[in-house]
Design a protein around this ligand. Structure first.
Ligand code: IMP
Length: 451
C-alpha cells in the first residue's frame, strides 16, 4: 500500500441540516458491499414515513435496529414496522421465506407491536423461498469448489433463478384454491433437480406433509396481508405521501453492476427501486447511501483495501463485524473511496450517512483509500466493478489522517466531535463529492449527528 503524507487542514464550519426533515419519495441504499447500517438509518427516517418499502433481496439481509421498543435483527420485515403510522410493503422483487417472515412477525408482536394488513402488505407476486432452493444453494456452492461465492445459504440465487425461468411458487399461490396441486407439481420437479445436483443418483424426498403443514400455518398468519402492492404504492406516490424505499445489500453486490459472480441476485440501487415500485427514478426526491467509516465485505470476491493485519482485526472486534444472518466474520479494510464513487454513480446516490466513526476512537491514525493503481495507471474512481480482474489487481493508494483519542459516542453536534474526527468526515465528503447528511456514533437512534 502506498502512503501519502498527512493532510493539512483549514477548519470549515458545517451547516446543520436535519436528515429527519424529508418528504416525497426517498430511497435508502448502500453504495458498497452491504452491512453499513441501513437498518438504523431507515428506522430513523421511517419515523416520518407514510410507507416503507423493502425493494430487493430476502433473508440474506440482516438489518440491526435498536430503538425504544428493543433491539431487533430483521431480515425481511421493513424497519418501518416500528412507526405505528406507517405501512410497510414487501414488494414483488423481494424473495420471501414464509417461515422466516412469520418468525419475524412473532418477534415484533412480542415487542408489543401489532402486525396486520394496516401496517404490512406482502406482494402476491413475490417469489417464495422453499427448502429446495436453500438446498440447491448449498449444493451449488459445494460444486463450485475453490470458486465458491460465499453465499448466505438462504436460497436467494436459486429462487431468483426460478423467477427468471418463470417457475417456482409465488406468495399469491398460497391463496389459490389449487395450491396443493401447484405445490405437488413443483415438488416433483424440485426433487428431480436436487437429485441431479447431488450427483450420486440418490432419490431425494422433501418432507411434503411437514412443509405443507408449515405453509398452512404461515398462510393463516399472512393471508390478510397478501395483496397487489403496486397500485397501493402508486396511490401513495401520486398523492405525495412520504415513501421510503429500503434496499437490502449494496450496489457493489448488484447482479449486473457488481463484481460478478461475487454478487447477489438482485438490484440494490435505483434500478432495483424502480423495478420494485414502478416509480420512475426521476420522481425520487433523494437517494441516500449508508456507509461505514471503513469498508467491510462478507463472502468471497475482491476487496482492494482489505487489512489482513492487527488493524483489520481491531476494526473487526471493535466494530462487532460479524454477519447478522450468518455470523461469519466480515473482512475489514479502510474506506474505499473509488469503489464508493462507482456505487454512488451507479446507485443514483445523492447524499450519504456515515456510520460507525466511533470505532476509530483511540486510533492514532486512520486512512482512506483515495485511488487505485492498476498497471501503472492511477484511478480515482472504479471504472467498472464487473471487471473482476481489475478489482483483484487494484493497489490502494492511501491517504493517512491523524486519529483522535476522545470518545465520540456522546457527540450530538458536529462541533462536539474531536477536531480530527471532523477533519475525517470532511475529508470523506470532499473525496466522494456528495454531502454527508448524518454521522452515526453508536447504534441508538439518538447517537446521531445531523449535518
Ligand atoms: P446470496 O445473496 O446469499 O446469494 O450471497 C451472495 C453474496 O452476497 C455473498 O458474498 C454474500 O455474503 C453477499 N450478501 C448477501 N446478502 C448480504 C447482505 O445483506 N450484506 C452483505 N453481504 C451480503
Amino acid at each position: 500500500m502506498k502512503l501519502i503524507e498527512y493532510i493539512s487542514w483549514n477548519d470549515d464550519i458545517m451547516i446543520e441540516r436535519p436528515l429527519a426533515q424529508w418528504s416525497g419519495t426517498n430511497f435508502v441504499t448502500d453504495a458498497s458491499w452491504g452491512d453499513n447500517g441501513k437498518g438504523k438509518i431507515v428506522d430513523l427516517m421511517a419515523q416520518r414515513a407514510d410507507m416503507v418499502i423493502r425493494i430487493n433481496g430476502g433473508p440474506n439481509a440482516g438489518h440491526t435496529v435498536v430503538n425504544p421498543q428493543g433491539e431487533f435483527a430483521l431480515h425481511l420485515m421493513p424497519s418501518g414496522i416500528f412507526n405505528p403510522e406507517a405501512i410497510c410493503v414487501l414488494s414483488d422483487t423481494v424473495v420471501i421465506n414464509p417461515f422466516t417472515l412469520t418468525e419475524e412477525i412473532k418477534v415484533v408482536r412480542q415487542a408489543g407491536i401489532e402486525v396486520n394488513n394496516k401496517n404490512l402488505l406482502i406482494s402476491k407476486n413475490a417469489h417464495l423461498i422453499m427448502p429446495w432452493q436453500k438446498r440447491r444453494d448449498g449444493l451449488r456452492e459445494v460444486a463450485r469448489g475453490g470458486k465458491r461465492i460465499g453465499t448466505t445459504g438462504q436460497g436467494i440465487g436459486p429462487t431468483y433463478s426460478d423467477r427468471t425461468e418463470r417457475v417456482g411458487l409465488r406468495v399469491g399461490d398460497l391463496l389459490a384454491p389449487e395450491f396443493q396441486e401447484r405445490f405437488d407439481q413443483e415438488l416433483v420437479w424440485q426433487e428431480k433437480l436436487t437429485a441431479l445436483m447431488s450427483g450420486n443418483n440418490e432419490v431425494v424426498h422433501y418432507d411434503r406433509d411437514r412443509i405443507l403443514e408449515e405453509l398452512k400455518e404461515a398462510r393463516e398468519m399472512i393471508a390478510p396481508m397478501i395483496t397487489s402492492v403496486i397500485p397501493v404504492i402508486w396511490e401513495y406516490h401520486s398523492s405525495n405521501k412520504s415513501i421510503l424505499g429500503e434496499a437490502g445489500q449494496g450496489v457493489l453486490l448488484d447482479l449486473d453492476r457488481g463484481g460478478y459472480p461475487y454478487v447477489t441476485s438482485s438490484h440494490p440501487g435505483i434500478a432495483g427501486f424502480n423495478l420494485a415500485t414502478g416509480i420512475p427514478p426521476k420522481e425520487v426526491a433523494r437517494v441516500i447511501a449508508v456507509t461505514k467509516a471503513y469498508t467491510t465485505r462478507v463472502g468471497e470476491g475482491p476487496l482492494p483495501t482489505e487489512l489482513n493485519n492487527e488493524v483489520g482485526e481491531m476494526i473487526r472486534s471493535k466494530g462487532h463485524e460479524r454477519g447478522v444472518t450468518t455470523g461469519r466474520p466480515r473482512r475489514c479494510g479502510w474506506l474505499d473511496i473509488p469503489a464508493l464513487k462507482y456505487g454512488i454513480r451507479v446507485g443514483g446516490v445523492d447524499s450519504l450517512a456515515l456510520t460507525k466513526i466511533d470505532i476509530f476512537d483511540g486510533f492514532p491514525e486512520v486512512a482512506i483509500c483515495v485511488g487505485y493503481e492498476v498497471g501503472g495507471k492511477i484511478y480515482d474512481t472504479l471504472p467498472d466493478a464487473n471487471d473482476i480482474e481489475f478489482m483483484y489487481q487494484a493497489k490502494p493508494i492511501l491517504k493517512i489522517l491523524r486519529g483522535w483519542d476522545n470518545d465520540t459516542t456522546s457527540s450530538r453536534l458536529f462541533s462536539d466531535l474531536p477536531e480530527n474526527a471532523r477533519k475525517f468526515v470532511k475529508e470523506v465528503e470532499e473525496a466522494i463529492g456528495r454531502p454527508i447528511e448524518l454521522v452515526s456514533v453508536g447504534p441508538d437512534r439518538e447517537a446521531s449527528i445531523y449535518l
